[in-house]
Design a protein around this ligand. Structure first.
Ligand SMILES: Nc1nc2c(c(=O)[nH]1)N[C@H]1C(S)=C(S)[C@@H](COP(=O)(O)OP(=O)(O)OC[C@H]3O[C@@H](n4cnc5c(=O)[nH]c(N)nc54)[C@H](O)[C@@H]3O)O[C@H]1N2
Ligand SMILES: Nc1nc2c(c(=O)[nH]1)N[C@H]1C(S)=C(S)[C@@H](COP(=O)(O)OP(=O)(O)OC[C@H]3O[C@@H](n4cnc5c(=O)[nH]c(N)nc54)[C@H](O)[C@@H]3O)O[C@H]1N2
Ligand code: SF4
Ligand SMILES: [Mo]
Length: 682
């Protein structure tokens, strides 16, 4: 059979490569070797042919005339965007020569890779790159920017990235979308909820912003940022008090229920109302509804964990389903993330055994600015791929200052001349995911998909694994592992006896069937991966790690109290983090960047709807248009989207965000910063 690449025309199955839980099956329509249409694949068991608008328009990005086609060398000052074309040979040779000199002078820890999930393909995001940087002995990047705090918190309670199979939620009678803007960020979970709604299910949304998801709720509950654990504890108190708990489930499958019962008495609904801003009666109503509806499902989002107390908040919310034994019902329980089910053999793919250095230097990716500005253990070279830190990392002004360093040798591998790439000494053109072989594991549904190349590499662009093989050669590395093929690496990744759920997923199966599902029995009855094998309402491990062993409300850090607003700059509907922010089609879809303010806060500063305002704190400033109303509570300012930082605009929201770390896992605290607002003055 001819491969998709060899066929000039036809319709080919593909997978969405973006960092989105839905991981949709796609159909690429190809004419004369070019993708002419991107549609959903109706045969995908979960995503069923529906895809979001941004990906329906992704063809415009693949063939955007701004796409990089050749390697570039900087000829103007850093940040100016002045480059000249060079050959791949010269580019790779320049990097290797420079790195050899740096390693000889300062050691391999002077080189820092910076990457995230711009492409979710396992080989593209955490494959040959890891093997290469392990062999090199570079500083290790802690990949903490997204969901780590909540991931660690959830794991304390539940033992790992295990929730329910989202396909089950068709049976749910109550949905709580808790700190997730699912209409924009997990649309197929919303589709499932809408189906269940036809059978009488109710949808509750708990959020700091009445956004697209809040608007569709049967009941929208606005909450003060960073107070969700107090709400969850208040609900638990009502459940215990009013005997709405499942005593048999608690006794059999949890630890510490009697301690928790006593502990939550302090979170009576009046106290919780004062903390959260939610009326006491609503807290009672919510707890009773949750306590009397089965199956009840909580979709735990990323919002509440991008805070100082994010880990503890998710750990706390994750305790709720156990109280009413929801895990036993089809469609009951929760999903924070489901990556546990599809865990592949990371050691085989990444080969940490290739690392022999002893410096042990690590950099938390949330603190890139500080890392680039540190004088001890200086970073002399930065290699960026799958990420756009100039826009996505907090304390953006510090990051920019770091990127401006004349003595920093920066290489960026991307499809576009991103804001970060403008500071690079060398820019390398990357292929899109449809140009490569890779495999994809969702962190929401339970299917794995293979992507085979459908179109030829764009211009001279190369995939991530291809670039690292070239670099390995130029560095003179002789390890066989650095030259293995993509096929071989996929087979190694999928051979993972420690995760029997992955047994049906082999390279051959993926080549035969478009989607292969992991085989994991329901969580309960069963043994969790917590130390006790149970849901840990009381966690001895947390105690040993220096946290309260029972779920607890811990307020956000005070910061500078003189700034009156908590600033919540989340993602938007038509971009994927900063991806698409430079593509004209998506810019048109997303329109203008605004900041949502409560009318009382706006009135205090004489700010009217539609007016450009200045948002500022000690870290930086931003100019955005005010959207004044009641979409947010007083004391809260919300923006959506990581807009392109173009000359003449100042809408880089991360100029304002803190690079403090969350309570767990070194996570980001994008949403715990404070700002002041003013009328714009010229
Ligand atoms: N369209 C689109 N989809 C995306 C992305 C994108 O950029 N655009 N990004 C992808 C990525 S990488 C991720 S991690 C996910 C993130 O997607 P989500 O899990 O939806 O996370 P966020 O959008 O960061 O925040 C979710 C919600 O939390 C709210 N929130 C903030 N603080 C609090 C709080 O203290 N309490 C409560 N209850 N709510 C709070 C915000 O207002 C927001 O509505 O989406 C993925 N999907
Ligand atoms: N203010 C604020 N900041 C945030 C967030 C927020 O909610 N608010 N969310 C945070 C979260 S949850 C996340 S996950 C991060 C995401 O931050 P990033 O991971 O940096 O995500 P993107 O902005 O999508 O940038 C991905 C880049 O990878 C490139 N790319 C795509 N495919 C490939 C490939 O195959 N090879 C190479 N070399 N490059 C490729 C894309 O062109 C794009 O420039 O942002 C974080 N930043
Ligand atoms: S971004 Fe999400 S919803 Fe859109 S096509 Fe990709 S996986 Fe599906
Ligand atoms: Mo993320």
């Amino acid at each position: 059979m001819r491969s998709a690449l060899e066929e000039k025309d036809g319709i080919f199955q593909a997978v969405c490569p973006l960092d989105c839980p839905d991981q949709c099956g796609l159909l690429l329509h190809k004419e004369q070797g070019k993708i002419t249409k991107i549609a959903g694949d109706p045969s995908h068991p979960v995503t069923k042919g529906n895809i979001c608008n941004k990906v329906r328009h992704m063809g415009a990005r693949i063939y955007d005339e701004q796409r990089l086609t050749v390697p570039l060398k900087r000829v103007g000052p850093k940040g100016s965007g002045q480059f000249t074309e060079i050959s791949w040979e010269e580019a790779i040779d320049t990097i290797a020569t420079r790195w050899k000199t740096l390693i000889a002078k300062h050691g391999p820890q002077s080189i820092l890779p910076y990457s995230f999930y711009g492409n979710m393909g396992i080989l593209s995001a955490e494959g040959m790159d890891r093997r290469f940087f392990h062999t090199l002995g570079a500083t290790q990047l802690e990949q903490t920017i997204c969901s780590v705090a909540g991931g660690v918190g959830y794991t304390y309670t539940m033992g790992g990235g295990f929730g329910i199979d989202p396909e089950e939620t068709i049976h749910s009678k109550l949905f709580i979308f808790w700190g997730i803007n699912a209409v924009s960020t997990n649309m197929h979970q919303v589709a499932l909820a809408q189906k269940a709604r036809k059978n009488g299910a109710k949808i509750i949304v708990i959020d700091v912003h009445k956004n697209r998801t809040g608007v569709l709720a049967d009941w929208f509950i606005p909450i003060r940022p960073g107070t969700d654990s107090a709400l969850a504890l208040g609900m638990m108190n009502v459940l215990f008090q009013e005997k709405l708990v499942d005593e048999a489930f608690l006794a059999k499958y949890t630890t510490g229920a009697p301690l928790l019962r006593e502990h939550v008495a302090q979170y009576d609904h009046n106290t919780v109302a004062t903390i959260t801003g939610i009326p006491a009666d609503d807290i009672l109503k919510l707890a009773r509804l949750y306590g009397t509806t089965s199956p009840a499902f909580i979709r735990i989002g990323n919002g509440p964990q991008h805070h100082d107390n994010g880990g503890m908040t998710i750990r706390t919310i994750a305790c709720l389903p156990a109280l009413t034994g929801q895990w036993l019902y089809e469609g009951g329980g929760a999903i924070k993330g489901n990556s546990g089910y599809l865990a592949h053999n990371k050691a085989a793919v990444q080969r940490p055994d290739l690392r022999t250095e002893t410096h042990g230097q690590r950099v938390n990716m949330n603190q890139l600015g500080s890392a680039l500005l540190q004088t001890e253990n200086k970073i002399s070279s930065l290699f960026v791929y799958n990420s756009n830190p100039a826009v996505v990392a907090p304390e953006a002004n510090k990051v920019q200052q770091g990127l401006e360093r004349e003595d920093l040798f920066t290489v960026v591998h991307d499809l576009f001349l991103t804001e970060t790439a403008r500071y690079a000494d060398l820019v390398l053109p990357a292929t899109s995911s449809f140009e490569n072989l890779d495999f994809y594991t969702s962190y929401w549904h339970h299917f794995v998909q293979l992507q085979e190349p459908v179109i030829e590499p764009y211009g001279q662009s190369k995939s991530n694994p291809a670039v690292f093989r070239l670099l390995a050669q130029a560095m003179g590395f002789t390890e066989d592992a650095l030259y293995e093929s993509d096929e071989a690496m996929i087979a190694q990744a999928l051979h993972h006896p420690e995760n029997p759920a992955l047994a049906p997923v082999t390279l051959e199966a993926l080549q035969e069937q478009a989607f292969v599902k992991a085989q994991k029995p329901r969580l309960f009855p069963g043994k969790l991966l917590t130390p006790s094998g149970k849901i840990e309402l009381y966690s001895e491990t947390m105690k040993q790690d220096g946290y309260p062993p029972l779920p607890t409300y811990i307020p956000l850090k005070e910061e500078n109290g003189k700034h009156e607003l908590l600033f919540i700059p989340g993602p938007n509907h038509n971009y994927l983090n900063s991806t698409f922010n430079n593509n004209a089609t998506h810019q048109t879809l997303e329109k203008e960047a605004v900041v949502y303010l409560n009318k009382t806060d706006a009135a205090k500063k004489n700010i009217v709807d539609g007016e450009m305002i200045r948002i500022w704190n000690e870290r930086g400033e931003c100019y955005l248009k005010a959207s004044v109303g009641e979409h947010v509570l007083p004391g809260v300012a919300v923006t959506q989207g990581l807009y392109r930082e173009a000359p003449g605009t100042k809408q880089l929201v991360n100029a304002l965000t803190p690079d403090r770390l969350a309570d767990m896992g070194g996570g980001a605290t994008f949403f715990s910063g404070r700002v002041s607002i003013d009328k714009k003055t010229y």
